[in-house]
Design a protein around this ligand. Structure first.
Ligand code: ATP
Length: 384
């Protein structure tokens, strides 16, 4: 392992910006359409700010690749992903391309499992006036984060489910102490960072179904143990059904929600719905050593190939990647660049001039990416 891998982004010479290798999975459907302008934007920003430098390595995977070559995630692609400093992944999977057992092609799930990406971070942010099906969110804005455990829970059963003689079917939910402890530590630390930067009050909700299932009672008991080590952060709990209700009725009460894999899958789509479109919802899947950044949405085959997909979730995911790389490598400037990129997306949303059809506009994918670049230039005074 070279020195840079042990300390990603290490400054290799005097005044040289940190350099990172990014594995890029363009994926299926709208995947390549939203990835291309995002990578172009990142290149422009890195040159203009001089804060970091990125080398992109595009690798194949996904449903279309599986249809052509019989393999959904080639070993070489996995190797590149493991060796990279971060992984940028677009949407993967196509409804009509399936494994022989009928399940969808989901290399992103294999990456999560193989790289131990236990914390699925799903921010739900609505700026006042942004537009949301929720009146309260539109008027006052909301800002909370769902952390979806991403390696076990009901998804531990992925590829292992059983249908018994056409009479019954079984999938098994798994909760482990090891992953749950790491997950809750991650949640409390995130709540603390949000509190320190004025983004949240410092509160974590454990979302479960501890009143019905042993596995969730276990999950909750570990949460309580970890909460006792973080007395400066308020620890709360909510059953998943109540959490869904409150996300609609009282979303302002939430700061950080932490939950099991399947519940997190569902609640993060609800969060995306509150934001007005799946096309606005970014995510990060973070482990101890690796991280994947990808939009919450799927490959949207219904609109693929028309240059009308909303690229903002992909761009916001890229902003999360810059933040994570900055934290990991101790490059404070990358946090500022990440904030400017998210801010540029907010500016474009507020101006309302470049909206793709999912948000009621007529702009193309490329128009929106161009508008974000322009807003970034205006915010930072750079000529990116
Ligand atoms: P998956 O199960 O793979 O997450 P899904 O079943 O949730 O996928 P998506 O592919 O996310 O389905 O699409 C759901 C709907 O949202 C579709 O109508 C699609 O066109 C729309 N959609 C998803 N992403 C975008 C985007 N970036 N821009 C515009 N519309 C989108």
């Amino acid at each position: 392992m070279d020195a840079r891998k042990q300390n990603p982004g290490a400054i290799s010479g005097n005044n040289k910006p940190p350099r990172f290798t990014i594995a890029v999975f363009e994926g299926d459907g709208i995947g390549p359409e939203i990835m291309k302008p995002t990578v172009a934007l990142l290149r422009e920003i890195s040159v203009a700010t001089g804060a970091f430098s990125l080398d992109f390595e595009t690798v194949p995977a996904g449903a279309t690749h599986y249809a052509k070559h019989g393999v959904s995630l080639p070993e070489e692609s996995m190797k590149t992903a493991k060796e990279a400093d971060a992984i940028l992944l677009s949407a993967m999977g196509m409804p009509d391309i399936r494994y022989p057992d009928g399940t969808e092609i989901s290399p992103q799930i294999e990456l999560r499992m193989e790289l131990g990406l236990f914390a699925g971070v799903r921010p739900v942010i609505i700026q006042p006036g942004q537009g949301s099906p929720l009146k309260v969110a539109e008027e006052r804005g909301i800002d909370f984060v769902i952390i979806r455990e991403s390696t076990e829970g009901l998804f531990a059963s992925h590829g292992k489910g059983r249908i018994n003689d056409n009479i019954s079917a079984e999938e098994t939910l798994v909760i482990t102490r090891e992953v749950s402890e790491k997950l809750f530590e991650f949640a409390f630390n995130l709540a603390r960072r949000r509190k320190e930067t004025g983004r949240g009050p410092g509160r974590v909700h454990c979302v479960d179904k501890a009143n019905v299932f042993q596995a969730f009672a276990f999950f909750r008991s570990i949460f309580d143990e970890v909460a006792a080590r973080h007395r400066d952060i308020k620890a709360d709990a909510a059953y998943v059904d109540a959490a869904a209700l409150w996300m609609v009725q009282r979303p302002q009460i939430f700061d950080v929600l932490v939950t099991e894999n399947m519940f997190g899958d569902i609640l993060s789509d609800l969060g995306a719905g509150l934001m007005g479109s799946l096309g606005l919802a970014p995510s990060a899947d973070i482990g101890s050593d690796h991280a994947v950044f990808q939009p919450c949405h799927g490959s949207a085959p219904d609109i693929a190939g028309r240059n009308i997909a909303n690229p903002l979730a992909m761009i916001l995911s890229a902003a999360m990647m810059l933040e994570w790389l900055g934290q990991k490598s101790g490059t404070a400037e990358m946090q500022t660049v990440s904030d400017s990129l998210s801010g540029a997306v907010a500016d474009v949303m507020a101006a309302g001039s470049a909206k793709t059809p999912d948000l009621g506009g007529t702009a193309s994918t490329d128009d929106v990416a161009e508008a974000v670049l322009e807003a970034f230039r205006n915010r930072t005074g750079t000529t990116a």
